[in-house]
Design a protein around this ligand. Sequence first.
Ligand SMILES: Nc1ncnc2c1ncn2[C@@H]1O[C@H](COP(=O)(O)OP(=O)(O)O)[C@@H](O)[C@H]1O
Ligand SMILES: [Mg+2]
Length: 258
Amino acid sequence: MAILELRGLSKLFGRNAAVSDLDMAVEEGQIRGLIGPNGSGKTTVFNLITGFLRPSKGQVIWQGRDIANLPTYRITELGLARTFQLTALFKEINALQNVILSCHIHTGINLWQQFRKNRKTRRKEAAVEQRAMALLEFMGIADIANERAADLPHGHAAALGIANALATEPKIILLDEPVGGMNLTETAETMQRIKAVRDQGITILLVEHDMNAVMSTCDVLTCINFGHKIAEGTPQKVCQHPEVIKAYLGEEIDLCLA
Ligand SMILES: Nc1ncnc2c1ncn2[C@@H]1O[C@H](COP(=O)(O)OP(=O)(O)O)[C@@H](O)[C@H]1O
Ligand SMILES: [Mg+2]
């Protein structure tokens, strides 16, 4: 059973179709890769799924229900979380405070309560802090809890981005180029963390340019070009697909992994 299904999804910017009649079904518990050359529509697909953009046509079916026209906060409440292409952290506060802030969406502590700080709120706050710390531990970055987010190296910043996403108790996480700009070690660590998240039962939809990372992590790949799906299947099969090889010509990507 698909947990997330795109049906005939299209997005026009003026007369340009960034996404065109896209069908895709993501199974629960899967790591699905969405690949394609630069400008092929991957980020637009994420924006359509998470309510940052409205489709020109088509449906986004989440657990059997069309969510394409819901506001972003409702989509988050329904269990969809995302990270952004260039890690969007709250840069001026520390790592722990980042996750605490992200937790608040599920705890219902509002600013007025923060101000009054009655006993019940203080208890709730302590629980949130504990949960935030546990998430940093799970991502393997508890030791940087007190460091300013802006000062973190790529690998730690990405792990924090994922911890922020986990704080909203998602059923699926959409990751947009999580290893962009990382060295080999950071990349390997981040992909391990993503697998650990999936092992918790959370479905992953991954956009990534690093083909080695995609090949070693994803169960199924969907490749798009000019917003159209051109191939889908096992990573091995998709990477050898002639349309995919053609689409990637001229990109600085090594597709010859087999
Ligand atoms: N807000 C926007 N307004 C106009 N065109 C856009 C907008 N966002 C993306 N596009 C265009 O849509 C196409 C797909 O972009 P994008 O989804 O960012 O690709 P990818 O993430 O695969 O690199 C590109 O041609 C891009 O220029
Ligand atoms: Mg993109």
